[in-house]
Design a protein. Structure first.
Length: 215
């Protein structure tokens, strides 16, 4: 995992397994089933680093041989919040690592007149403000939806937030970082640019369509 030079808290994953699976996801011939599985697998692999700083406490357990002092998770518990709809594809991979995490959902759409993100759905665990939140969205393109989602979470008293995506464009990273410089950004690949339709280039197309088989 490497840091983007201009931003301390932007991490790009260079693990061979992640890069291999991202390449398979980019292929336009990859089927919906395969794409869905790959998204989940990459999210799980990224989850190891995203959760690296979880606090531990020491406990004593009895093994079949002797008593042992060992460590378990301590402190705040996790919540996963996918941005609908594509973020749903990353949830199962993360839950395979942290099955006790609670899951919330946030839905956004872009107002055609103002071009600003509008929240149309938000359902979060009751104790969300007491949890460390990982915000999930496969694509960080313009950064508008991600920044707005962070705004909405902060408005509900949430202060511990990380953002996790698969593919990012420089414009999206810059926008999210400028709006919320304290939020760590984790992505599997930083691509070249956005095209005139705000698609990431070379990217992998529309993640939601490829996850759910829609056009």
């Amino acid at each position: 995992m490497t840091n983007v030079k201009d931003y301390e808290n932007v991490m790009i994953f260079d693990h061979p397994l992640i890069q291999h699976k991202i390449s398979l996801m980019r292929d336009k011939h990859t089927t919906t089933k395969e794409f869905r599985e790959l998204v989940s697998e990459v999210a799980m692999l990224m989850g190891y680093e995203v959760t690296r700083d979880l606090p531990l406490c020491e406990v004593e357990v009895e093994t079949p041989v002797a008593m042992a002092k060992t460590k378990v998770l301590a402190g705040k518990k996790l919540a996963l919040v996918p941005i609908l709809r594509a973020g749903l594809g990353m949830v199962d991979g993360m839950l395979s690592l942290v099955p006790m995490a609670k899951v919330g959902h946030i839905g956004l759409f872009r107002d055609p007149a103002s071009l600003k993100p509008v929240e149309y759905y938000c359902k979060l665990p009751d104790d969300i403000a007491e949890r460390d939140v990982v915000l999930l969205d496969p694509m960080l393109a313009t950064g508008g939806s991600a920044a707005a989602a962070v705004d909405f979470l902060k408005q509900r008293g949430i202060r511990s937030i990380k953002f996790m995506c698969l593919i990012a464009a420089p414009q999206g990273v810059e926008h999210l970082h400028n709006q919320h410089p304290e939020i760590p950004i984790y992505c599997a690949a930083l691509d070249e640019k956005l095209n005139d339709h705000a698609y990431i280039v070379p990217g992998l197309g529309d993640a939601g369509d490829r996850l759910f088989g829609t056009k």
